[in-house]
Design a protein around this ligand. Structure first.
Ligand SMILES: [Zn+2]
Length: 397
């Protein structure tokens, strides 16, 4: 899919953990007559989907907030009643690691059952040194238990914790603690590949985000940013300027932000499931981003408050039906560009010689069917590094 072309009547030869050859079955047969064969039965084989933005480690679901929103209660009002992220923080703090790991394992396996083989997972429901460490240790632990490729991100700057807000802190002292105490502990234990900040008016300002990201970069972490979700605040520009791997959300990105992303290597990661679930009419300007030359990725934003879905192909549906992307653009956004958003563009996201054998098989004849059968689970199996990730129902001989 690197060239976004679908090839008919070809197969993939996997040797060890990598793709060795993509060719007609008779050519593969000649190259390796002894190879074990999996008949894809004319299905659609894609690179395993790369979900580059999730908050998959959490405790209880927050279904009551969906009804509250439906009844007209606003996001800030829900947060004011101790709901929103604060509710997940309270819940996660009192749960044991084992409990969180078991919940996360089941959820990641469900993600795999829809075609995802690489998943980024953020901390951010702890917001104390010990609780953020606990979440990152859960992510590391679960990564050993599931076959998916798991990329950990430290999101200590997800929200200003209530106990700090109650002391009148507008973030300054909490940011100091993040940079001086939490970040060095997390990097010393090698628990995160990326640092992320929720940059939005009322949460962390652009300047606070700059402080946290600068320190994280010096500490050797890759950078991500929750940027311009509800209001344009210069988040996209900051992400581009700092060389972040991705700027995520972007439903309210400005013209300047679009231009900055287009001129940078920073991937614009769009999360249309979130806007759908929140009932918001405004989606990120995918077409303007693509036409300006930005690399656009799609992701689920799987989380208990604003996007409780493990169904990545459904996000492709929204990419086409709401973001006006072509099916090929949406699939590239969920593979090649998702990989770039995780710094893995030379390893996963393409079916090409030398790439990791991370594959997904769908019950479709045409790539346009993947976003078309919306909400359906067409995935028949996934593989990571050539090994079964989600069990395939395809016959093996
Ligand atoms: Zn998020």
């Amino acid at each position: 899919m690197g060239d976004s072309q679908a090839h008919r009547g070809v197969g993939v030869l996997v040797v060890g953990d990598r793709v060795a050859m993509v060719a007609r079955p008779d050519e593969l047969e000649r190259a390796r007559p002894d190879a074990r064969r999996i008949d894809c039965n004319r299905g659609l084989l894609t690179p395993g989907l790369v979900d580059s933005h999730t908050h998959a480690v959490f405790g209880r679901p927050r279904y009551e907030e969906q009804e509250m929103r439906a009844a007209g209660v606003g996001y800030m009002e829900i947060a004011g009643h101790g709901g929103g992220i604060h509710a997940s923080v309270r819940d996660v703090r009192q749960r044991a690691m084992d409990d969180l790991a078991n919940l996360a394992e089941g959820r990641l396996r469900r993600l795999a059952s829809y075609g995802t083989t690489t998943v980024e997972v953020k901390s951010g429901y702890g917001l104390t040194l010990d609780d953020e460490l606990k979440l990152l240790q859960v992510i590391a632990h679960v990564a050993q238990r599931v076959p998916l490729r798991v990329i950990p991100t430290w999101l200590g700057a997800h929200e200003i914790p209530l106990e700090w807000r109650e002391q009148g802190d507008a973030g300054a002292s909490y940011v100091k603690m993040l940079v001086n105490d939490m970040l060095p502990t997390i990097t010393a234990q090698h628990l995160a590949s990326f640092a992320d900040v929720f940059c939005e008016p009322g949460v962390f300002t652009t300047e606070q985000a700059r402080t946290i990201l600068s320190a994280s970069k010096r500490a050797g972490l890759g950078l991500k940013l929750h940027a311009d979700e509800l209001e344009p605040s210069g988040g996209a520009e900051l992400a581009a300027e700092m060389g972040a791997a991705s700027a995520d959300h972007l439903a309210a990105v400005s013209e300047e932000g679009i231009a900055a992303l287009a001129a940078s290597q920073t991937v614009a990661t769009l999360l249309p499931g979130t806007m759908l679930f929140l009932g918001r009419p405004r989606q990120a300007p995918a077409r303007a981003l693509i036409e300006a030359g930005a690399a656009v990725a799609l992701a689920t934003d799987f989380n208990p408050g604003t996007s409780p879905t493990v169904n990545f192909p459904l996000i492709l549906t929204l990419g086409v039906s709401q973001l006006h992307m072509s099916a090929a653009e949406a699939i590239v956004a969920a593979t090649v560009n998702g990989a770039a958003a995780l710094g893995l563009a030379d390893q996963v996201g393409q079916i090409a010689p030398g790439f990791s054998a991370d594959l997904a098989l769908f019950d479709c004849e045409d790539i346009r069917e993947l976003p078309y059968w919306y909400g359906d689970r067409r995935c028949r199996g996934t593989w990571v590094r050539g090994e079964t990730c989600h069990p395939t129902s395809a016959p093996i001989s």
